[in-house]
Every structure is written in C-alpha cells, then in structure tokens.
Design a protein around this ligand. Sequence first.
Ligand code: SF4
Length: 190
Amino acid sequence: MYKPSRRSFIASGAAVTAFGFDLRPAQAAVRELKISRTTQTHSVCPYCAVGCSVVIHTLGDKAKNVKPAVVHIEGDPESPINRGTLCPKGASLKEFVNSPNRITKPMYRAPGSSEWKTIGWEEALDKMAALVKKTRDAGFTPKDDKGRTVNRLDNIAMIGGCTDANEVNFLLSKFRYALGILPYENQARL
Ligand code: SF4
C-alpha cells in the first residue's frame, strides 16, 4: 500500500486539495494581485557570498505624492545562481529594507566620544577625504628597502561586498591602484 512521506504528500499537492478545495489558483491570484502594479528592480541579496539574485517589487513610485514602498522581494527565476530560490535570510529581505532601525544616513562618532551623530553626505565625504589624505601621507612608501620603486600604501585596506556590480568594482580598482593600496578583500565569490 502507498504510504506518502511528508515531503511527497506536500509535493503532490494533496495538502491543498485534501478537503475538496484546490487553493492553488486563489494563492496564485493573491500573489498576482500583490505585485500587479509594482515596478521590478533586479538586485543581489547583500547577506552572503553566494550572491543570490533578487527581484524587488516597489509600489507607488509613479505618483508624485506617494512615497515608494518595497512591498515584495523574491528570488530571481532568471538567475543561474539561485534560480528563483532564497534562503531564510534572503527571504526576509523586505523586513530588512523596511526596518525602522536601518541606517540610511552617514553617522559619525568623534574620537573619544561614545555618541554617534547623524551628519550630511557632504560632511561625511569631506571627513573621509581628509582622513584618507592624512593616512596616505603618513604611510605611503615610494621605494622599498632595495631602492626599487613600489609606490605602495600599506596602512589603508579596502573591502568590497557581493552587491558591488562590475562597474563599481572597476572604479574601486582604479581608485585603489591610484592610491597604491595593496590590502583588498571582497566578500563576493561569484
Ligand atoms: S539568499 Fe541566502 S544564500 Fe542567497 S545570498 Fe542571500 S543569504 Fe546568501
């Protein structure tokens, strides 16, 4: 006698038809309704080096008086990496994007201070540029101990992430080589 396992029972669809009701069309309609008026943006999950592709559904960005809202994020079925799937972390991306705790502005903690304060992008960029200049001036090595030209910088390191696109990585490499930075690590293993 056929004894279905939990897995085969669910895969067969018996779970949704067991009581005489096939809920699949209704479930598909609800999903269709949810994303029917959204704008789709393709991106990459920021969490780990697998780099799963996602489709972000945004609602309300066509009307001038409506604040855009991310209403759904799903795995990209076109991606050869994850083929539409997401792990539990990736599946929770909508909550991450919409979290009130998400930091969306530059924050600065002065030396010796325990307080973080929000600053503007202009101020943040000026601070970073000044600190990079100061650090580079202190650590730049034009020649090694044998007198060979090396033009290298050992006291600044650069890191990248899996969501950095080819174009971003191209610009980062140009920036890194221009400064002479050697230490470089990138989370992406794509
Ligand atoms: S969905 Fe999961 S496996 Fe894929 S990149 Fe995000 S965290 Fe990594």
